[in-house]
Ligand binder design. Structure first.
Ligand code: NAD
Length: 333
């Protein structure tokens, strides 16, 4: 079956790594029609927004997208394209697995955890205002509906992926109402899944435990901001941002796949970016599309190239280019 997929190359290293992922998917024999869409910092001058309506229409039609990173200005300028995409497509669950890849230099050997990040609310509501000059209020929104929805997604994910434990991460000792509501919803959902162990952990203690004993974690579910921070921490446990893929899942099965990393302006255009994070995001996309065999082949090829350790990009201490590592993965398919 031929899949029509919206492809957003994005900014910075985005076009380099998306091209690598497209080559690998095609080399694995998956029939795809890529609907290329422009979004990101570079299109703002042309369309007045980083996410033109055509991009949204394309994803709504195809129900699946593969996306490169998009640059977001700090402090000023247009709203985040990523937040806009997540909001307009109602992509409420962000799934970020972090698993040790043999051969990739990292501090640990047995990390295998999945962060499920609530993607639609919290401090990302974008509701900020100046109360009086020198005082800013930024609103953290937590709702029962979104907390129950992400809780159910996390437990169902754990169940369908053969996982044994869900850890809810919070700061309900301080934010008694907001994080208290989030926890209360998680407890309610956990009672429907007695076969899955449930635990709660305060976010600061979670950071310490992830750094000291990452193997104790399985599925972790949390609000938006904690998920943003802890998933970068998790990628640091497995060799860095070059290896962390992710899925953004919406209601009705709509899904957008992207790497956890950003547009890396410091190395953009030099063809030295590590494409593996986006290739592993494409593996998640193929599983979502029911292309299990191709997904397994690509994942095994990445593992083989990493285990051999001959071809490595600069972030892994090597000097291979994006194209060279992509060629090695294709040769290993
Ligand atoms: P970043 O992830 O772009 O880069 C952090 C560091 O990691 C840099 O040194 C970079 O060179 C390195 N790095 C990242 N990806 C790499 C790869 N594939 N291979 C090798 N090295 C890699 O984070 P940043 O610098 O904080 O953000 C840059 C821009 O990206 C910002 O505008 C930010 O808003 C945006 N961003 C976008 C997304 C997204 O589109 N989903 C996610 C995060 C950040």
């Amino acid at each position: 079956m031929k899949h029509t997929i919206t492809l957003i190359p994005g900014d910075g290293i985005g076009p380099e790594v998306t091209e690598a992922a497209v080559r690998v998917v095609e080399a694995a024999g998956v029939e795809c029609e890529w609907e290329r869409m422009e979004a990101g910092a570079e299109v703002v001058a042309k369309y007045g927004t980083p996410v033109p309506d055509e991009v949204i229409h394309s994803i709504l039609k195809n129900r699946v997208a593969l996306k490169g990173p998009i640059t977001t200005p700090v402090g000023v300028g247009f709203p985040s394209a990523n937040v806009t995409l997540r909001k307009r497509l109602n992509l409420y669950a962000n799934v970020r697995p972090a698993r040790t890849i043999p051969g990739v230099p990292s501090r640990y050997d047995h990390v295998d955890l999945v962060i499920i990040r609530e993607n639609s609310e919290d401090l990302y509501s974008g509701l900020e205002h100046i109360v009086v000059p020198g005082v800013v209020e930024s609103l953290k929104i937590i709702t029962e509906a979104a907390s129950l929805r992400i809780g159910r997604y996390a437990f169902e994910y754990a169940k369908s992926h053969g996982r044994r434990k869900v850890t809810a991460v919070h700061k309900a000792n301080i934010m008694k109402l907001a994080d208290g509501l989030f926890l209360e919803c998680l407890r309610r959902i956990s009672r429907e899944f007695p076969e899955i162990e449930y635990e709660e952990m305060i976010v600061d203690a979670t950071c310490m435990n992830m750094v000291m004993r990452p193997e104790r974690f399985d599925v972790m579910v949390m609000e938006n901001l904690y998920g943003d921070i802890l998933s970068d921490l998790a990628s640091g446990l497995i060799g860095g941002l070059g290896f962390a893929g992710s899925a953004n899942i919406g209601e009705g099965g709509i899904a957008l796949f992207e790497a956890v990393h950003g547009s890396a302006p410091d190395i953009a255009g030099r063809h030295i970016a590590n494409p593996i994070a986006l290739i592993l995001s494409a593996v998640m996309m193929l599983r979502h599309l029911g292309e299990q065999a191709a997904a397994n082949r690509i994942e095994n090829a990445v593992m083989k190239v990493m285990a051999e350790g001959k071809v490595r990009t600069r972030d892994m201490g090597g000097d291979a280019t994006t194209d060279q590592i992509t060629d090695a993965i294709i040769a290993a398919l």
